[in-house]
Design a binder for this molecule. Structure first.
Ligand code: AHM
Ligand code: MG
Length: 315
């Protein structure tokens, strides 16, 4: 019998409590994957005609994925509120507003890849509320550092459908098997190599990077001779970096002066997974996991990957 997501339930107290929510993420992933596969036939590719809170054009699939994810979190009965990259405000799940956990999500990361059938992903993390269960969940419940994350992970919609997640006891990867209609353990106890062969970044921005990162990258390239890979979807770039080693970065630049990637929906969940796999996740001079969030949609510079490569880039 293949090992399924049920493995998570056996990973200590956190695993047992997180299991229903992660199963909900799995159901959302299967639904989103089906919507992505059929999108071209349903006229669901392209803009939704709306902007998200960051002033970015939403794709129809961003909106659909957000709805699917929220519905599945509601159906678990364990989630009191969801903070989503696609929603300006914290979404309180009224029926379960007394529940213990909040989920932070980027429902469809890298959605600029959709028009060219490129990989996209879902990124999530789970925290326990700080407010009393009798109170209405509040945005302050989401403003907790990575040290408070109980579980986090991502879904990769690529040639196969994969979920990579951690409940704080290492990192496992599960691949959806269409024959059994289940996520099956395919990548047990993922450990990032101490050194990898690639750096991953949108290098076209280099002249506009702040904090001397252009010079750092040039120096690292000369010292290490690393090759370059960049998908432009963080989940895909993170996944390659996790399995093969190397470094992924998105520095602050003249346009995104505090960075582009979102602390709560992208940096912290990926930082959690990266550290659990033995790698490193840094922002400017501080570990991503030590940043105290100040706002739901806060952005930060991100440098994550193999210890050797992150150190050589930032060193
Ligand atoms: P999104 O959440 O709006 O899709 O934006 C995040 C994405 C990441 O997946 C990716 O790493 C980055 O934006 C790519 O940005 P760029 O096109 O500037 O290279
Ligand atoms: Mg994103």
């Amino acid at each position: 019998m293949p090992t399924t997501l049920n493995k998570i339930a056996k990973q200590g107290d956190n695993g047992a409590t997180m299991m229903p929510i992660i199963q909900g993420v799995g159901r959302a992933a299967i639904e989103i994957a089906a919507v992505l596969r059929g999108a071209v036939f349903r006229g669901a590719l392209g803009g939704a005609g709306s902007e998200n809170v960051q002033g970015e054009q939403q794709q129809m699939l961003d909106v659909l994925s957000d709805e699917i994810f929220l519905d599945e979190m509601r159906s678990t009965g364990f989630v009191c509120a969801v903070g989503s990259e696609e929603q300006e405000e914290l979404l309180v799940i009224e029926e379960y507003s007394h529940a213990d956990y909040l989920v932070l999500v980027d429902p469809l990361d890298g959605s600029s890849n959709l028009d060219v059938d490129g990989p996209v992903g879902t990124i999530f993390s789970i925290v326990k509320r700080k407010t009393a269960n009798s109170e209405r969940p509040h945005v302050s419940d989401t403003l907790q550092s990575g040290q408070s994350v109980i579980a986090a992970g991502y879904v990769l919609y690529g040639p196969s459908l994969m979920m990579v997640c951690s409940v704080g006891a290492g990192v496992d990867g599960y691949t959806f098997n269409p024959a059994s209609a289940r996520f099956e353990l395919s990548h047990a106890d993922i450990r990032i190599p101490e050194t990898g062969g690639y750096y991953s970044v949108n290098e076209s921005n280099k002249d506009k990077w702040l904090d001397g990162m252009g010079d750092n990258l040039d120096r690292m390239k000369i010292e290490t001779g690393l090759g370059m890979r960049y998908v432009g979807a963080m989940v895909a770039d993170m996944h390659r970096t996790l399995l093969k080693g190397g470094v992924f970065l998105y520095p602050a630049d003249e346009k995104n002066t505090t960075g582009k990637l979102r602390l709560l929906y992208e940096a912290i969940p990926m930082g959690f997974v990266m550290e659990q796999a033995g790698g490193k996740a840094m922002s400017n001079g501080i570990a991503v996991m030590d940043i105290e969030p100040e706002a739901l949609h806060q952005r930060v510079p991100v440098y994550l990957g193999s210890n050797t490569n992150v150190d050589s880039l930032l060193g």
